[in-house]
Design a protein around this ligand. Structure first.
Ligand SMILES: Cc1cc2nc3c(=O)[nH]c(=O)nc-3n(C[C@H](O)[C@H](O)[C@H](O)COP(=O)(O)OP(=O)(O)OC[C@H]3O[C@@H](n4cnc5c(N)ncnc54)[C@H](O)[C@@H]3O)c2cc1C
Length: 421
């Protein structure tokens, strides 16, 4: 992931500007393709600033992406600048495959506007070259290697509103980062601004209302920790390091799904900053259309700064079945499991998984097969009886079933999905 600065790449970059490129910029929703891609991107800039003198200051090339750090000087003849020379900075990122540049992302921002934004920001704005730039642009999926121009780590809602207004006025590409756990890495963008909520992760349980309010970047482990203190919970995902934000906005399916539904079934309201920079509370009763959209429509309806969830009783200890059967028994196991689930009580959420047993000390060495996994949300003894038949579908290779703390069940898969790999 480490960026190496290669000044000698400069010449190569100029050569690479000639082949076909796709230019993404916020004012042009249809990407420009063709040999003129880069030129047309610059032309849009020079329409506003006719004497723009654009320089490529630094170049870094990593894993097929080339990032250019640019600065520009607008001549005194430019209509917007009344005789003073305006300066700009930006980062432009080109994806290069087989020496063809296939996509180009870029933003140039007037220095005075950028400085005003940074000065008014209460959190931290991280730029290329800052010591924590590489850490701040890294997400859970270590394959993702993108170069944002700015990473705005918001301290609170006011920062989010200012950032949304700034990117809109600057026509910047923007992405929103919740837990940063999305496989596609959509939390970070090349050449644009990342609205990073990672400093906003407070959680408050309201026992009277039986609800919890969690800020936009909390993880499921955090929410489970706070709610289980009172024997409560709400449906999340099966990997506890997943962000509540992206998971909730995408629907949310986890171990409590058959008992209490999907995550969005338990969403009471959200606080959200719209693209206009307005702050709204959105629920079944306030802006119901928007509420419908965010429950499964993912992240494009605004920046959610906090989520309010309905809570339910969840026993601190549950019965968990993890019986792993050999692959060749699948034709027998799967129909039996399906029959079991047809009449299983709502307390049981179960999934059948085809998996190669990982080389973990919990598993006997050199066995590969498919586990059938089930969990039971309720008293342990009741669960043990209800789930017994899932452990006897055939001769298991290994049976790791037993009572377990609910928070442990929620984290059971975490080691299989380590960050950065
Ligand atoms: C190993 C693994 C296991 C998973 N298991 C489950 C599972 O059991 N159940 C399940 O339902 N899903 C599961 N997922 C999918 C997961 O829910 C999504 O990847 C989700 O997007 C992650 O949320 P995040 O906040 O961590 O992501 P991020 O990468 O931060 O965000 C992803 C996108 O969500 C949007 N977004 C994030 N935060 C906000 C916000 N505050 N306001 C507006 N938009 C926002 C943005 O568009 C952003 O690009 C799993 C994913 C992985 C990688």
């Amino acid at each position: 992931m480490e960026a190496a600065w290669i000044d000698s790449e400069l010449e190569r970059i100029h050569d690479l500007c000639a082949p076909d490129v796709v230019v993404h910029d916020a004012t042009n929703p249809t990407p420009v393709t063709g040999p003129d891609g880069y030129t047309s991107y610059i032309a849009r800039r020079t329409d506003t600033y006719p004497d723009l003198d654009l320089r490529i200051d630094e170049v870094t090339a990593v894993n097929g992406a080339v990032a250019l750090y640019c600065s520009a000087l607008a001549g005194p003849g430019d209509p917007k600048n009344e005789g003073d020379e305006l300066t700009f900075t930006g980062i432009e990122v080109m994806q290069v495959e087989d020496d063809q540049n296939v996509e180009w992302f870029g933003t140039l921002v007037e220095d005075t506007s950028l400085e005003a934004f940074v000065e008014g920001f209460h959190g931290r704005v991280i730029r290329p070259g800052d010591p924590d730039y590489d850490d701040a642009r890294a997400v859970w999926n270590g394959v993702i290697d993108r170069y944002p121009a700015l990473i705005a780590k918001s301290a609170g809602v006011a920062d989010v509103m200012d950032t949304v207004n700034f990117v809109r006025e600057m026509d910047m590409l923007v992405s929103v980062r919740g837990g940063g756990h999305n496989v596609a890495g959509s939390a970070v963008c090349n050449g644009g601004l990342v609205i990073d909520l990672s400093e906003m992760n407070g959680i408050r349980v309201d026992l009277d209302a039986q609800t919890a309010r969690a800020e936009g970047t909390a993880q499921w482990a955090d929410l489970d920790w706070e709610t289980q203190r009172y024997g409560l919970g709400t449906p999340g995902g099966v990997v506890s390091t997943t962000g509540i934000a992206g998971l909730t906005l995408g629907g949310g399916v986890g171990w409590l799904r058959c008992t209490y539904g999907m995550t969005i079934d338990n969403l009471v309201s959200v606080d959200l900053v719209t693209a206009d920079g307005d702050f709204l509370t959105v629920s079944e009763y306030e802006h119901p259309d928007l509420f419908w959209g965010i429950r499964g429509g993912s992240g494009n309806f605004g920046v959610v700064t906090s989520f309010e969830y309905r809570l339910h009783p969840v026993d601190p200890e549950v019965m968990f079945v993890e019986a792993l059967y050999p692959l060749d028994t699948a034709p027998k196991i799967l129909p039996a499991w399906r029959e079991f689930m047809k009449t299983a009580p709502n307390e049981i959420s179960s999934q059948a998984v085809f998996w190669s047993i990982p080389a973990f000390p919990d598993f006997p060495e050199a066995i590969h097969g498919e586990p059938i996994v089930a969990t039971h949300c309720g008293p342990v003894e009741k669960g043990r009886q209800a789930l017994a038949s899932l452990r006897e579908l055939d001769e298991p290779l290994v049976d790791l079933s037993g009572p377990a703390p609910f928070t442990e069940v929620q984290q059971l898969y975490d080691p299989f999905f380590p960050e950065g790999e």
